[in-house]
Write a protein that binds this ligand. Sequence first.
Ligand SMILES: [Zn+2]
Length: 148
Amino acid sequence: MKKLKFKKCCLCGNPVYNPKAKYCLRCRNFTYCMKNRRINGKAAQRIKAHVKRHGFVCEYTGVDLDTENRASPYYFEFDHETPGVKRMVRLTCSLVNEMKSDTSWPEFRGNIFALAKCFKTGAKLKRRKLKYWYRLRPPVFYRESKHA
Ligand SMILES: [Zn+2]
């Protein structure tokens, strides 16, 4: 008996969802999400290369990502490594993205270490200056309308 050959998804290697497709269903949804968030060009290529090489894992922490359940804390999300800079987008999970919030990666790491020290030793948390904290610099239209 002749063995059936399946065309493989170009990202993960699973069978594609139809013979003309490039991706499996999961990777199709994933790339669709990227497109939807206007992540394209080099940023998208870099993320695809990451998925091809390591699978669906967080770029910051290495945790396995959820690609089905949107409510999961480990559902994949795209994070701007430095808030406001569109070129550097990282694949991560909801949990890390929520915790990182409006901070750059070095600021976020610094905060985590400061918190760890605080929890370990009971020392008071020192205030840090957060350059990208959005709530400190609301959009211009908001500031203008408030003072009009
Ligand atoms: Zn796939």
